[in-house]
Write a protein that binds this ligand. Structure first.
Ligand code: HEC
Ligand code: HEC
Ligand code: HEC
Ligand code: HEC
Ligand code: HEC
Length: 363
């Protein structure tokens, strides 16, 4: 690209006068990363693009006061972040382009450090509008921005902890956490959620791979993550055992809206002769009953597969030679009764996602 084009680009941005360069300005040189990002929940975290987030927000008492406190993590590049969060009746504005960028490229790449907070952590954003942190030591120069590849949070993959560490409600209950007991100190989120995939980092230099920006997770690209849970089969004389062996440093699912399931079937001569289901779920509530997260004072029930847990399920169905045992591990983003209560009609919210399926045949 010529200097002139680069200069023009830079100028057009200055004219827009935004604190964070818009996502669209990265597209020209990082087309692959930009495209992946559009499929990620970071690209779709806004109230306008995520119907599950919107439905929960509308039920939250803060919404009546227009205090969109969610912006801190769901729309952190909003140019009126302070007003947006305050209880002043100003709610989210679909016509504000800075509120449409989600967890924006430039925001994430300006996270200089992380401040530990009681209810949730905070990101410390660097003052250099056009200097981005990265992890590649052998980078070439960019005509659009400076590059700093000596930020330890990027090098050790912990840049995520400003938003993902924990989130407590007003009663101090941890609503959603990758880090409930400080267990995750050295777990590199990037290695699993942003693996190197084919295609170049930019179109200014050919490279074989780049860090995946579709952010594999419960909504999308889970196929990249299924190898982190093994399904194991152990037949014995009186029956058999199935083990779910997790290598994840956090619980299988994190958000309290989710519900996971495991289905075990035994097929003999093509017919199902045995079937059993298990539910893996974490329910928040008070006085032993489920409540919305902002009213919850305790964990009412927790059968979710925990960090690094190996859970064994025993079945007393006797098996014969040739029997097939089919194990399906899956989940729904929103528990169906909750979706109904929240008025979420989008099918993707409640339809089962098959995370992993294994078929074992008795020799
Ligand atoms: C401290 C950062 C933070 C704040 C503040 C925050 N969230 Fe979130 N939110 C997250 C993260 C991180 C996730 C992804 C969690 C996951 O998928 O396990 C998330 C996911 C969600 C989801 C699931 C969305 C989906 O598509 O499945 C809902 C619903 C949600 N948040 C609602 C809210 C609401 C409503 C507010 C404001 C009242 C809020 N959040 C404030 C960090 C935050
Ligand atoms: C005019 C072209 C151009 C534009 C526009 C551009 N970049 Fe880059 N960027 C580059 C080049 C070239 C590299 C170095 C690639 C390499 O070494 O292979 C790079 C590298 C990076 C890196 C990697 C740093 C590292 O050391 O790992 C990050 C992060 C980055 N850009 C973020 C962004 C973001 C965010 C935007 C949009 C706000 C953006 N870039 C827009 C050209 C551009
Ligand atoms: C500025 C806050 C912020 C930062 C920093 C951040 N995230 Fe997120 N992340 C979110 C929010 C908010 C959501 C939920 C969006 C939604 O569902 O509406 C989310 C969603 C996700 C999801 C999708 C979960 C699902 O249900 O599909 C994954 C995976 C994820 N983040 C991984 C990461 C990783 C890895 C990092 C660090 C490289 C990171 N995040 C950094 C705010 C952040
Ligand atoms: C060893 C691999 C591994 C590491 C390391 C890892 N994760 Fe995960 N993560 C997974 C797997 C597997 C899932 C389940 C995928 C699914 O829901 O489809 C998952 C799910 C998630 C989800 C979605 C949960 C939900 O309820 O929607 C978020 C958000 C997430 N991880 C964030 C992180 C963050 C932040 C870190 C670093 C602190 C991290 N992960 C470290 C493998 C990993
Ligand atoms: C949630 C935080 C987050 C968001 C949002 C994000 N990135 Fe990144 N990005 C990272 C991290 C972390 C790395 C370093 C990955 C690694 O260590 O392999 C990275 C790496 C990169 C690289 C270097 C890739 C490589 O393989 O060397 C480029 C270029 C880049 N990002 C551009 C972008 C652009 C453009 C967007 C928006 C379309 C974006 N990023 C959105 C966290 C983010």
């Amino acid at each position: 690209m010529s200097r002139k084009v680069a200069l023009l680009l830079a100028l057009s941005l200055l004219l827009l006068g935004r604190e964070f360069a818009p996502n669209s300005s990265c597209k020209e040189c990082h087309p692959l990363i930009w495209k992946e990002y559009q499929t990620s929940m970071h690209g779709n975290s806004t109230i306008f693009k995520d119907p599950i987030h919107r439905a929960v927000w509308e039920k939250n008492p803060a919404s009546k006061k227009g205090a969109y406190t969610c912006a801190k993590c769901h729309t952190p590049a909003a140019d009126n972040l302070k007003e947006l969060i305050a209880p002043n009746g100003i709610g989210p504005d679909p016509d504000n382009p800075t509120q449409n960028d989600g967890v924006a490229c430039a925001y994430c790449h300006r996270i200089e450090g992380i401040k530990i907070g009681e209810k949730s952590n905070y990101n410390i954003i660097s003052a250099h509008q056009r200097r981005y942190f990265g992890a590649r030591e052998d980078h070439i120069e960019s005509p659009f921005h400076e590059i700093n590849s000596s930020n330890p949070n990027f090098l050790n993959g912990n840049v995520c902890m400003g938003c993902h560490s924990h989130k407590k409600n007003k009663f101090g209950l941890n609503v959603c956490s990758t880090n409930e007991h400080g267990e995750i100190e050295n777990a590199n989120c990037v290695s699993c959620h942003m693996p190197q995939v084919e295609g170049s980092v930019s179109n200014l230099k050919e490279r074989p791979t780049h860090a995946f920006h579709g952010f594999a997770g419960a909504h999308a690209h889970w196929d990249l993550l299924k190898r982190y849970i093994d399904i194991e089969f152990m037949p014995h004389l009186k029956g058999f055992e199935i083990a779910l062996n997790s290598k994840i440093p956090h619980a299988f699912l994190l958000h309290p809206a989710r519900v996971a399931f495991m289905k075990v079937q035994v097929l003999r001569d093509g017919k199902t002769i045995f079937e059993k289901g298990e539910t893996l779920v974490r329910v928040l509530g008070a006085d032993g009953k489920p409540t919305p997260p902002w009213l919850a004072r305790e964990v009412v029930k927790d059968t979710m597969l925990k960090a690094n847990e190996k859970r064994i399920f025993k079945y007393d169905q006797r098996l014969e030679r040739g029997d097939q045992v089919v194990v399906t591990l899956g989940y729904r983003l929103v528990k169906p009764p909750l979706a109904k209560k929240l008025g979420i009609e989008e099918e993707f919210a409640t339809k089962p996602t098959i995370f992993k399926r294994e078929v074992f045949t008795l020799p």
